[in-house]
Structure formats: structure tokens, C-alpha cells
Design a protein around this ligand. Structure first.
Ligand code: ZN
Length: 178
């Protein structure tokens, strides 16, 4: 079982830094950090986590969509490490959806994101991947990608009226609207 890592919270300057490119994917420390990030995201009911959130300012994140109490309708997928990720192309269509963040506990925001994106990243075995992502998984990618640029979802909401507490979210959005 990989160790669980402490998650940096909003206000920690590391969340506002530009992360550095990873130059050696096979580095043993990087591989261990990937395992620890996956374990930390799962233990926190996260569907993604970026390295800067555990105070490692490097360009990689985990996308690990699966249904859990924080995201009951998330699609199921294997946790995937995406290293030095890039967005190559995106749809013109933008959709708003609710997001939370392990670095901003207790708050949810209605965030506009591209409905579909074409991305490139290196996987933990060193292979370069090109892939199209849509809907919720595209949203996770864009959220995590922002962390590598020193941004959080609050920077993307169009109005402060699009921010609600986790408790209200659970009562109003999850239970009432399904
Ligand atoms: Zn986040």
C-alpha cells in the first residue's frame, strides 16, 4: 500500500506556481510518487489529482474517474498517470459542470470547460499517447491541467453565484437532480 500524501490547500503558494516538465519518466522517485498520488486520490474520493497538490511542482497528474460519494455518476476507468500533458485541440462547444477540488475542501463551482479535447501525454511506461477525451473525463483533464499552470477552478467560474458549499451541493444537486 502506497503512503498517503498531504494535500496542499488554497493559500499554499505551490498551487499558484507553474510546474516544471518531467525529464525522466523512469525515475524511481517519480514512479513511487505516481503510486502515492493514485492512493491519495482514491482515499480522498478524488477523481483526479495533480502533482502540485502534493507540493511536487512537476507537470503530471492522475486521472482516475470512478463513482464515489463525491462524484456518484463518474464513469469508471483505470487510474492513469498523464505526464507532460498537452491540449492539442478542443471543441468549440463549452459546457458548464460542477467541480470540486481536494485543495479547496467544502466548496463546489459551476465551471465552463470544453466538451471535447484532443490531448497528448506520456504514460508512466514512457509511451507517448494521443487521445480524444469527452465530457466528464475531458473536464477532469482540464481541471488537473490548470493545476500545472498555477490555476484553480475558482479562476474559471463566471460568477461568484456559481459557487456553493459541498453540503448544499450534496442536498440540491446530487439528491434532487440525480
Ligand atoms: Zn483540483
Amino acid at each position: 500500500m502506497a503512503e498517503l500524501l498531504q494535500i496542499a490547500q488554497l493559500g499554499n503558494p505551490i498551487l499558484r506556481q507553474q510546474a516544471q516538465l518531467v525529464d525522466n519518466v523512469r525515475d524511481e522517485n517519480l514512479q513511487q510518487l505516481i503510486d502515492a498520488l493514485i492512493a491519495t486520490a482514491q482515499a480522498s474520493n478524488g477523481v483526479g489529482i495533480a502533482a502540485p497538490q502534493v507540493s511536487e511542482s512537476y507537470k503530471f497528474f492522475i486521472v482516475a474517474s470512478r463513482p464515489n460519494p463525491r462524484y456518484p455518476k463518474a464513469p469508471e476507468m483505470e487510474p492513469t498517470a498523464m505526464i507532460n500533458p498537452r491540449i492539442i485541440a478542443h471543441s468549440t462547444e463549452v459546457v458548464k459542470g460542477w467541480e470540486g477540488c481536494l485543495s479547496l475542501p467544502g466548496i463546489r463551482g459551476l465551471v465552463p470547460r470544453y466538451q471535447a479535447i484532443e490531448v497528448e501525454y506520456t504514460s508512466r511506461d514512457g509511451q507517448l499517447h494521443q487521445q480524444e477525451l469527452t465530457d466528464f473525463v475531458a473536464r477532469i483533464f482540464q481541471h488537473e491541467y490548470d493545476h500545472l499552470e498555477g490555476m484553480v477552478f475558482l479562476d474559471r467560474v463566471e460568477s461568484t453565484h456559481d459557487l456553493i458549499t459541498e453540503q448544499e451541493y450534496q442536498q440540491r444537486i446530487v439528491q434532487n437532480l440525480g
